[in-house]
Design a protein. Structure first.
Length: 452
């Protein structure tokens, strides 16, 4: 389906706008005898009229938002709203874990969407452009998202879930408004910032057409966030612009992600009151003194992964974290998880690597939130654990090999193929059944993900 040309009234082009201003013979080239004989004159002339002699395609949509009467969707869900104010499409989000999208009138097939983005507020919040959304009911489609620190990614939204397809980092932290562009052509997608291609993917399962729009998300950042979009331009695209962008694969030893837990807005789950810096011993998850704390109150095991959409989720990874166990039961433990995936019912499957207060260690597969039989164990006293003393845990998930090390000392290792696909790395704590010795307190710091 070829969408009609749509102009905002204030942006309607003048007669001849977008065409060559040269002599008439340039604007309407004469048909040569050869063209007449082959019947190519009128198709060529029609192509020139559609694309313009300059080679720049005519816009399918232009929008300056100079009038509040626009055909874009303007949702107002709880805690968020879309408005047209001050000549911009403004997406306002007032708290964490909110998302907001405004769709342009459409649908569009192969197209390039450009917009100027200015952001204000939460640094970990993200904003960008989205394409091929099937309808306006919710956030869905393929989006290019940019964070305040310059990290960016391409994310597929659908069926209530988000899948990171690529990630990257701008050369410098964004300052001031940026010109974004997103091209969705066939099975290819490319993203641009200020004219520079920063992401390109091929072989995607894209529908033949869909809606284009502007999107903003706060994730775990509790601060208010505003994203302003202006000067939207949509043109037809036959191919992705510019040379092929081939992303170099990570090399052994490359740091994929680093988390210091010094910023409470970095995206790890917290109990609601912790968002307001109210520290309570009864909180299950929260940031405190530059660390991340888990206390599994009333549950045998609790785990946590960041809700940052740009987090890496490799199948093969080395992960390190500093673990400190506080006063509590001898059987209480803390550790890391790898290959964590969330099923359609919201349950998690993963491998857990834990060290207990009594010095025992084990690797345990979890399926749909249920712990299985440990696949590798070390008895009490193996790890020299002391209350309040940090330990550096290292986990290796490479192929079917799983290993847990403390410092440079390998504690347990096993080969297991139950979970071999990509997934997240997280932290966890476990609690013995009896609570007469108090609750487990596990503190985490300096989490690093490394390419094996």
């Amino acid at each position: 389906m070829t969408p009609p040309v749509i102009h905002h009234a204030a942006d309607a082009p003048r007669p001849g706008a977008g065409r060559s201003t040269g002599p008439r013979r340039d604007a309407r080239p004469a048909r040569s005898a050869a063209l007449r004989r082959r019947g190519l004159g009128w198709p060529l002339l029609l192509a020139l009229l559609v694309l313009g002699v300059s080679g720049n395609p005519e816009p399918l949509l232009l929008e300056s938002f100079s009038s509040p009467a626009v055909a874009w969707t303007l949702p107002h869900p709880p805690g968020a709203q879309v408005t047209v104010t001050g000549g911009t499409l403004t997406l306002d989000l007032s708290g964490p874990h909110l998302d907001l999208v405004s769709y342009a009138p459409g649908p569009f097939g192969n197209a390039r969407m450009e917009a100027t983005l200015a952001r204000q507020g939460a640094s970990h919040a993200m904003a960008g452009l989205i394409c091929r959304a099937p309808d306006t009911r919710r956030l869905q489609g393929h989006a290019f998202l940019l964070r305040g620190d310059g990290q960016h990614g391409v994310v597929r939204f659908g069926d209530g879930a988000a899948q990171l397809l690529s990630r990257g980092q701008l050369g410098s932290r964004p300052a001031g408004p940026l010109r974004l562009a997103l091209e969705c052509v066939g099975d290819r997608l490319a993203a641009f910032v200020d004219g520079n291609k920063v992401a390109e993917l091929r072989g995607l399962s894209l529908p033949p057409e869909g809606l284009l729009g502007s999107v903003a998300l706060t994730q775990g950042d509790p601060q208010a966030f505003t994203a302003r979009f202006d000067d939207v331009r949509v043109t037809a695209a036959q191919t992705v612009s510019g040379p092929l962008l081939a992303a170099a694969p990570p090399r052994t030893g490359d740091v994929l992600q680093r988390e210091s837990f010094s910023d409470p807005a970095s995206g790890w789950p917290v109990d609601e009151r912790a968002l307001y810096h109210y520290v309570d011993e009864r909180l299950r998850y929260h940031y405190v003194d530059g660390q991340y704390r888990i206390t599994p109150l009333g549950q045998r095991a609790v785990w946590s992964v960041t809700d940052d959409l740009l987090r890496p989720a490799p199948a093969d990874v080395r992960a390190e974290v500093t673990l400190t166990l506080g006063p509590g039961p001898a059987g209480g433990a803390g550790g890391l998880t790898c290959r964590q995936v969330i099923g359609p019912e919201g349950t998690s499957s993963f491998y857990a690597f834990t060290v207990a207060a009594d010095g025992a260690a084990q690797i345990t597969p979890f399926t749909d939130d249920r712990a299985g039989v440990p696949v590798a164990q070390a008895p009490a006293g193996t790890v020299p654990v002391q209350v309040g003393r940090p330990l550096r845990l290292r986990v290796e998930c490479v192929g079917d090999r799983l290993a847990l090390l403390v410092g440079d000392q390998k504690v347990v290792e096993v080969h297991d193929r139950r979970l071999t696909g990509p997934g997240q790395v997280g932290v966890m704590a476990t609690q013995p059944e009896a609570l007469d010795q108090g609750a487990t307190v596990a503190l985490f710091d300096d989490l690093v993900l490394i390419q094996p």
